[in-house]
Design a protein around this ligand. Structure first.
Ligand SMILES: C[S@@+](CC[C@H](N)C(=O)[O-])C[C@H]1O[C@@H](n2cnc3c(N)ncnc32)[C@H](O)[C@@H]1O
Length: 337
């Protein structure tokens, strides 16, 4: 594990707005920044993040206590947003160019995170799976073999679970490389995000991980789920506003909903908005709120409105990534500042 100094500069300047930090970390370990976690002795675990998008997972991992050795992303708008948010170092390019990643991150890391592209396995796509030339799993394995991370976390859509490829290739390859390898199916609503968004997290490492604590949901020992109406400050009689929103999508919210919206099979968050209020479309800011991004996150760095919707809809909710990242920090013997 690499030893980094305790002082942090990532939140300075562009990483802050109105004196608040996106990252939830302070410049010094002695100041208990909200959500800051540092492994004993001021050591931060280093993460290489593949397919970083505009920073949903990145924000959560920084809040959990990781320090990025590299964020790898090829989309120019997403990279501009990462930089504007103070997240870095950004490697703008293809994840297959491992020499470019190593030139920034060095030859090792504590954690490799990969949000390998999901179109190949998505219910919404053509579900070509491993045959799809956008399947990012083989590139992820190449990165594991190159950087030999102590821990691995992978994130994908739940449609992945219905492919034999998941067990026969993905889990099998992780079991060949790590002592422990398993997966969890997690819902962002269960950690306080105002949205039902279920994702598969594969994890692997030298010892078992304890799954994130469910903090929200039905039951005596949790807070109630955060509703769509509460998050967007939309009051009204519709029961649709009194529950977490349907999943925010990458392109659907941009187009909006309309008369075809089916209350029994809501494909996107805009369907719920339309059925409850007659408004067709969620704004960019509303989508970001439903994903749990902080107010004022620099979406303006994406040059077009559709690029903003896409970056937001593709993201891992920061709170979910933080909860998952903390499981590694905890297993590695970390403690909060
Ligand atoms: C599901 S999104 C990742 C979202 C991100 N984890 C977050 O939390 O915001 C997948 C990303 O992978 C990027 N991508 C796809 N293929 C890539 C490649 N070969 N090299 C680098 N980035 C790639 C896309 O541009 C997209 O931003």
């Amino acid at each position: 594990m690499a030893v980094l100094g305790c002082a942090r500069t990532a939140v300075g300047g562009l990483g802050t707005r109105s004196g608040r930090s996106w990252l939830g970390i302070t410049d010094s370990c002695s100041g208990a920044g909200a959500g800051a976690a540092v492994v004993t002795g001021g050591i931060r675990m280093r993460v290489i993040e593949l397919f970083a998008g505009a920073g949903g997972a990145a924000l959560g991992l920084e809040r959990a206590g990781f320090s990025h050795a590299a964020l790898v992303e090829r989309d120019a708008d997403a990279c501009a947003t990462l930089r504007a948010a103070g997240l870095g170092p950004v490697v703008e390019g293809d994840v297959r160019d491992l020499d470019a990643v190593a030139a920034v991150a060095g030859e090792s890391c504590d954690l490799l995170w990969s949000s390998y592209p999901c179109q190949a396995f998505s219910q919404a796509g053509r579900r070509l799976g491993a045959e799809d030339d956008r399947n990012g799993w083989p590139w992820t394995v190449d990165a594991i073999d190159r950087f030999s991370p102590t821990w691995f976390l992978g994130e994908n859509v739940r449609g992945l679970l219905s492919f034999d490829y998941f067990d026969e290739v993905i889990m099998a390859q992780l079991r060949q490389r790590f002592r422990c390898a398993r997966f969890w199916l997690l819902n962002a609503a269960d950690v306080g995000v105002p949205q039902h968004r279920r994702r598969v997290f594969t994890w692997a490492g030298p010892s078992p991980l304890v799954p994130p604590t469910r903090t929200h949901g039905p039951g005596m020992f949790t807070e109630p789920w955060v509703s769509m109406g509460e998050a967007l400050r939309i009051n009204g009689a519709s029961s649709l506003m009194r529950r977490p929103s349907p999943t925010v999508t990458a392109v659907g919210e941009c187009k909006g909903s309309g008369a075809g919206a089916n209350p029994h099979k809501m494909q996107r968050a805009s369907d719920a908005l339309f059925l409850a209020t007659g408004r067709r479309r969620l704004t960019v800011a509303e989508c970001a709120t439903l994903q749990g991004f902080p107010d004022g996150y620099p979406w303006h760095a994406c040059r077009t409105k559709s690029a903003r919707y896409r970056a937001i809809g593709n993201a891992v909710p920061p709170a979910l990534a933080e909860a998952v990242g903390r499981t590694v920090i905890n297993a590695a013997g970390g403690e909060s500042c």
